[in-house]
Design a protein around this ligand. Structure first.
Ligand SMILES: NC(=O)c1ccc[n+]([C@@H]2O[C@H](COP(=O)([O-])OP(=O)(O)OC[C@H]3O[C@@H](n4cnc5c(N)ncnc54)[C@H](OP(=O)(O)O)[C@@H]3O)[C@@H](O)[C@H]2O)c1
Length: 330
């Protein structure tokens, strides 16, 4: 039976993690088409941190419940024609709302949990793996045997991208700032590791590829990392602009893509499906198949109770996260 209140992490003002408080609020009756999910686990993503400062492209009205993704059990639904039932295990995606004991969602936000994942893994799956899949498969049209360089490979999007690129038959070069982050990328199957804190990643990639360069570079970091990517992209390669976790935008000298015959491709994985729902659904279905066939898994670096969400966001801000951080709620 559903409780009458829900504990939740609420961002009260645009002042970073310290403005996030835990409150217990009464549950509201569901409206037509809505589902109530008892969240068992929810995962942090970099945009959660950006949203606490109002620096993300999506700017929810204050106050708002943080949390883009989770996994749990359907406890109530107001959708008589649904193919989901009470008691089903689902993953739930949204822009906000997942750092709570109960999340209200619509049908479009739900998906059946892949049968190879636990609640914690499923909670940490949809944002990063869909971003990796849309980037590598839908945008870069990755082919088996290609060489893919993943920057920030020990972070959420980075680790998922290593996993997806390996499952698609690529040779993967993982680059990150510490040995611990590189060890995580290795666990997901990376073939070569570069510590870009100690080594120049562009020259290392040139050595590994006998000066051919990487066919695809996936960049969730931005700034000078993006700029350096142009030094090690192969002829007709594709550079995927996924994020700016380093806090700076890169500057593009347009002669370089021209000289290398390469493409620089912007990615917004969520918007990809919103603009073209059929393509978004197809990409997600292909991803679930790839996940189940290849046992793809997000790697969880740290688990937190809901009460410590502020500390979890601060760890992300300090660049002190390996793999995914998960809030365990049940
Ligand atoms: N385009 C899309 O559709 C989409 C979807 C989801 C996320 N994103 C974006 O992708 C980026 C990564 O997100 P995520 O959830 O994977 O984050 P994450 O788990 O925190 O990983 C980010 C990685 O960036 C690197 N980094 C470099 N400088 C950093 C800094 N100053 N602070 C923090 N990290 C820094 C870190 O690796 P090293 O220490 O090894 O450098 C870290 O592992 C974010 O910009 C996010 O907004 C884009």
């Amino acid at each position: 039976m559903t409780d009458t209140t829900s504990k939740m992490a609420i961002c009260m003002k645009l002042d970073g993690p310290k403005a996030v408080v835990i409150k217990e609020m009464p549950l509201q009756p569901l409206k037509a088409g809505e589902y109530r999910i008892r969240i068992r686990a929810a995962a942090l993503n970099f945009p959660d941190l950006l949203m606490t400062y109002g620096k993300y492209q999506f700017k929810p009205e204050l106050p708002f419940i943080l949390g883009m993704e989770g996994a749990g059990i359907i406890e109530e639904l107001q959708d008589p024609d649904s193919d989901f039932s009470i008691g089903d295990a689902v993953l739930v995606k949204g822009k906000t709302g997942a750092f709570a004991e109960y999340m209200t969602a619509t049908y479009a936000q739900l998906a059946a949990m892949p049968n190879t994942l636990t609640f914690e893994e499923a909670a940490a799956y949809s944002v990063t793996y869909l971003t990796a899949h849309v980037s590598l498969v839908d945008k870069a049209r990755i082919k088996p045997g290609e060489t893919v360089l993943i920057l920030g490979a020990g972070g959420g999007v980075g680790q998922a991208s290593v996993d997806v690129a390996k499952a698609k038959g690529a040779t993967v070069i993982a680059a990150a700032s510490s040995e611990a982050k590189l060890a995580l990328a290795k666990q997901s199957g990376a073939d070569y590791l570069i510590n870009y804190q100690t080594d120049d990643f562009a020259s290392e990639v040139q050595k590994i590829t006998n000066n051919v360069g990487a066919d695809i570079i996936l960049d969730p970091v931005g700034g000078e990392y993006f700029e350096k990517s142009l030094d090690c992209i192969a002829w007709a390669g594709r550079i995927l602009i996924v994020g700016f976790a380093g806090g700076e935008f890169g500057v593009l000298k347009t002669n370089l893509p021209s000289e290398k015959g390469c493409s620089v491709i912007g990615v917004r994985a969520g918007e990809f499906g919103r603009r073209d729902p059929a393509a978004g659904r197809r990409s997600f279905e292909q991803l679930i198949k790839l996940t189940e066939e290849n046992d793809l898994k997000p790697l969880i670096g740290k688990r937190w109770p809901l009460d410590q969400i502020k500390e979890a966001l601060e760890a992300m801000e300090r660049r002190d996260v390996i793999g995914k951080q998960v809030v365990t709620i049940a």
